[in-house]
Design a protein around this ligand. Sequence first.
Ligand SMILES: Cc1cc2nc3c(=O)[nH]c(=O)nc-3n(C[C@H](O)[C@H](O)[C@H](O)COP(=O)(O)O)c2cc1C
Length: 395
Amino acid sequence: MNIVVGITGGIAAYKAPELVRLLVKAGHSVRCAATEHALQFTTRATLETVSANPLYCDLFASGRTEHISLKDWADLLVVAPATANIIGKVAGGIADDALSTLLLAMPPQHVLMAPAMNSQMWAHPAVQRNIETLRSWGIAMVSPADGELACGTTGPGRMSEPEEIAACIASLSTFHSPLSTQRWLVTAGPTYERIDSVRFIGNYSSGKMGFALAEALAEQGAEVELVTGPTSLSTLRSPFSAHIHETRVESAREMYAAATKVFPHCHGAILSAAVADYRPAETADHKLKKNGSEGMHLELVQNPDILATLGGMKQEEQTLVGFALETDHELENAQGKLERKNLDYIVLNSLRDKGAGFGVDTNKVTILGRDGSRKESPLLSKREVARMIIEAVTL
Ligand SMILES: Cc1cc2nc3c(=O)[nH]c(=O)nc-3n(C[C@H](O)[C@H](O)[C@H](O)COP(=O)(O)O)c2cc1C
């Protein structure tokens, strides 16, 4: 890729040459663009040497519209570090130097920023509002890390390490993948089925697998409709969050309504949510009291089957992927579900595998295809498993 690395006047600018070096090593062509203040922290000579290209710093030096020719040349503009100042300038549409002018000329979807600043600056409502604005335009963010800051304090605000930014760029380079023109539905998390105003029937699903799938699709450039049950997870820290549209639901019926609404507009769907099969027949709108008897009967009625419904709605060109969590006769049961519900793939989780299934950060799966294909993963992080699933079902 052709990458412009933009450097602004934060202390972390001293790490920018290392990022440039890593990108050049990874085979990218790199040009640097710096603000005047950035050159208080790093030097023209260093940036020109590591990038093997002249530095773009003065808007008028060349007598040409270099901000436009650089914009045409670049596949990606990475601003690392991004000061509170540059973030505010872009959010406010200000172009008063070489880098800010280039930033306004670039399509936001081709910009990645790695903010770095003192924790109080980072927490300031103006900065947070500006970050949200930039995200909403499609600018990807590598959120700052917690750690020691140059001003002697600790807290959030420290620029992510060059290796982490380079890894993020490596996954962004897949924006040219076929998925960049596609929309996918992902369901995640548990559902809660209300008994009364304070109690529900739920399950142990954390949503981690579904969120990892949504991120893996978004990092391949897809637009993702993430329909999630109650979970403490958030996609906001993801650099790809602008491509993930979250709908939060509580019950199986709400998830059914949200999923069936968006599915017709999607190229495919991966349903990883742990949806309750049954719900209480009646829900009290107040807290049920002990009635003095030893037992209590709860009548349950069946929830709509989201997977089977989408299987019935599915058009020829759509791909539908289900999950199965089996405790016995795993392969036969998963294969049966695949056929009965008209799926293209089913991902089998086994609760027997240590480190796989609910709540944990790792998983081990078998992906069965309608065409008889079968792929098994070793025990991997849910992120890696998600990437493997996406590769298998989008080929
Ligand atoms: C020693 C020093 C360190 C600084 N570090 C940061 C920083 O990490 N992040 C930030 O947003 N501003 C930092 N600033 C403030 C910026 O340099 C200042 O806002 C400047 O106007 C940014 O200009 P630029 O965005 O055009 O490079 C620092 C200033 C000084 C003097």
